[in-house]
Design a binder for this molecule. Structure first.
Ligand code: NAP
Length: 325
């Protein structure tokens, strides 16, 4: 779903939002809240942001009226963060089915963190729709197009010893038109230099480390690929800036050493074949071409902004990345 609305090169085709009324999101991390906000925000509000035109066209036709966010643990263990919860709860065109008051009562004698206290306060007056202590157990898809699918949910409690969700044996069903899983992200174990122990690439000062423990020349790791999927957007951006600085420094100050020799030539041919292949396959362009794309985006953004809003230019979205300095 996220790949679809960010127009990622591997994006699936758009969901048939013009035929749906109820969407169930499994998992209650920030990605889940982002998806809910995209579905519950007026498309004219989204036009002011960097949302691709083709996505806006689909959202404009959306008939989605209800979004259920299903978390297998309770509000105190939810993976979302305050800012994202507040933004969802304050959506002007959406309102929340009130949560059962007992869900918002912390267990006696259990001290709450500041974040947990704020989450409970927000949820108690909030708007948005969330279901806690439920884990997906099955989906019955009807044969007729006019009937809804039935999402079967196992009721859960949090085991105080392990903090894991355990089923109580009870179940219930939710009638829904689309189920979207948003369960977090894991590195691709077959990717070159993936470290199974870490669950992501192993890096040292932003440079990729091989299984033999040596640093590769001109190969860097950045973002979730090298840190694992955690942290808010700002943390990932800061990491990207840091990696870019390492690349520039390596380029400017090549160091002689053993395996860790940094070659001043950043051409792709210097990289191991599987990395080069991966880079080309994923449609990565080099800096001069990225500059051309950027100029074209700015030009189109200006045309659109003049047409639509009469405001200053904003960029449309090309899904391309660049390498090279
Ligand atoms: N605005 C922002 O800055 C922003 C936006 C989007 C994402 N992010 C960040 O990106 C990272 C990834 O976010 P994310 O939302 O993809 O992942 P996440 O924070 O790891 O949340 C994953 C959710 O999926 C649930 N889950 C996992 N396996 C499940 C299963 N088998 N059955 C039922 N539920 C299951 C988890 O429940 P349990 O907790 O019970 O495991 C959790 O609620 C996070 O650090 C997030 O903060 C930031």
């Amino acid at each position: 779903m996220v790949h679809w609305y960010t127009q990622h090169p591997n994006a699936p085709s758009p969901p048939p939002l013009d035929k749906l009324s109820h969407v169930s999101l499994i998992g209650n991390g920030n990605v889940s809240l982002d998806v809910a906000r995209m579905l519950l925000t007026n498309v004219d509000v989204l036009r002011k942001y960097d949302v691709p035109e083709r996505v806006l066209d689909v959202l404009a036709e959306s008939t989605v009226k209800h979004v259920s966010i299903v978390g297998r643990r309770g509000p105190l263990e939810a993976a979302f963060t305050m800012k994202e919860l507040r933004e969802m709860i304050n959506l002007p065109d959406a309102s929340m089915v009130p949560l059962a008051p007992e869900l918002l009562q912390p267990s006696e004698g259990v001290p709450l963190t500041r974040q947990q206290t704020r989450v409970l306060q927000l949820l108690s007056k909030g708007r948005g729709r969330s279901t806690f202590y439920r884990s997906p157990a099955g989906l019955m898809v009807p044969s007729s197009e006019n009937t809804r699918s039935q999402l079967s949910l196992a009721h859960t409690v949090v085991d105080p010893a392990t903090q894991r969700a355990v089923p109580t044996g009870e179940t219930s069903t939710v009638a829904t038109d689309l189920v979207v899983t948003s369960l977090g992200f894991h590195g691709e174990p077959t990717a070159p230099y993936f470290d199974p122990g870490l669950g992501h690439l192993r890096t040292l000062s932003n440079r990729i480390v091989t299984n033999a423990g040596t640093t590769l020349r001109n190969v860097y790791g950045s973002g979730w690929a090298s840190t694992g999927a955690h942290g808010v957007l700002a943390a990932t951006m800061m990491n990207a800036y840091d990696v870019a600085e390492t690349i520039v420094n390596d380029r400017m100050n090549p160091v002689e050493g053993t395996e860790a020799v940094l070659n001043p030539d950043p051409s792709l041919e210097e990289l191991p074949e599987e990395v080069v292949h991966g880079v080309r396959e994923r449609n990565i362009v080099e800096y001069p071409d990225w500059k051309r794309i950027d100029e074209e985006e700015m030009r189109r953004g200006q045309v659109r902004a003049r047409l639509l809003l009469g405001l200053s230019a904003h960029k449309t979205h090309f899904q391309r990345f660049f390498i090279g300095v």
